[in-house]
Design a protein around this ligand. Structure first.
Ligand code: PGA
Length: 248
């Protein structure tokens, strides 16, 4: 199976010119690796220009966020129909940085429904802030999954990708170990089988948090994940190319 790499550019780069150059390098890396499917999530303001200029098929565009209502008086927000119109086909929902800015589990639930209704693939982020010997982090993730996926039918669950990103490993110096990820992947699949259906065993899970060219391969091989959500290393041209090469 192809592994999936989501390049989450966050609030970088500063100019359209730099965004085009970064995209061009990303495109080259993606096209050299047939076994990797690459999603690029640029800042929304660059999305339409990049997606319209891109004539290939290998790269899929994603938004980093979107509003849960279809339209309305929401100054500064971007709706999912607008995201779809800008030629994105996926959307990151519930990223830790959105949650830190106040997004709740109930909002992720509404956003997932809106995304599915607009035929945008949700990349649904979950992850705990801390780990404890008592294993409370498992319950924390279970609650994020339960609320976020409450309106998703078992048949629609297959359209969703779960991105597990422990908050303590995002923007950090080290990723979680593949062994810990493996344990969490089993837990996530079990939870989804319980809440949805047996088929949830096939849910695609990504890992995110301090992934780069030095640990991507080990995580894919040992973490029981089908892909990676990459922040910093996705905006560093040489690191991203090396990362893709390491897993191709
Ligand atoms: P990082 O970010 O790769 O810079 O740790 C990951 C993310 O926030 O998705």
């Amino acid at each position: 199976m192809k592994s999936m790499v989501v390049a989450n550019w966050k609030m970088s780069p500063e100019t359209m010119r730099e965004a085009k150059a970064l995209f061009e390098a990303t495109r080259k890396a993606a096209e050299s690796a047939k076994d990797v499917s690459v999603l690029v999530a640029p800042p929304a303001i660059f999305l339409r220009d990049l997606a319209s200029a891109y004539k290939g098929r290998r790269i899929v565009f994603a938004a980093q966020n979107g509003h849960f209502e279809k339209n309305g008086a929401h100054t500064g927000e971007i709706s999912m129909p607008q995201i779809k119109d800008a030629k994105a086909s996926a959307i990151i929902i519930g990223h830790a940085e959105r949650r830190a800015a106040g997004e709740t589990n109930a909002e992720t639930r509404a956003k997932i429904s809106m995304a599915l209704s607009q035929k945008l693939q949700p990349i649904f982020c979950v992850g705990e802030h801390n780990r404890s010997a008592g294993g409370e982090h498992f319950l924390y993730v279970k609650e994020q999954l339960k609320t976020g996926l409450q309106d998703v039918t078992p048949a629609n669950l297959g359209k969703i990708v779960i991105a597990y990103e422990p908050v303590w490993a995002i923007g950090a110096s080290e990723a979680m170990s593949p062994r810990q990820m493996h344990e969490m992947a089993i837990f996530i699949r079990k939870s989804l089988v319980g809440s949805h259906s047996e088929k949830a065993i096939k849910t695609k899970i990504l890992y995110g948090g301090s992934i780069d060219e030095t640990n991507a391969r080990d995580m894919l091989e040992g973490g029981d994940v089908q892909g990676l959500l990459v922040g910093r290393a996705s905006t560093d041209v040489s690191k991203f190319a090396a990362l893709i090469k390491s897993i191709a």
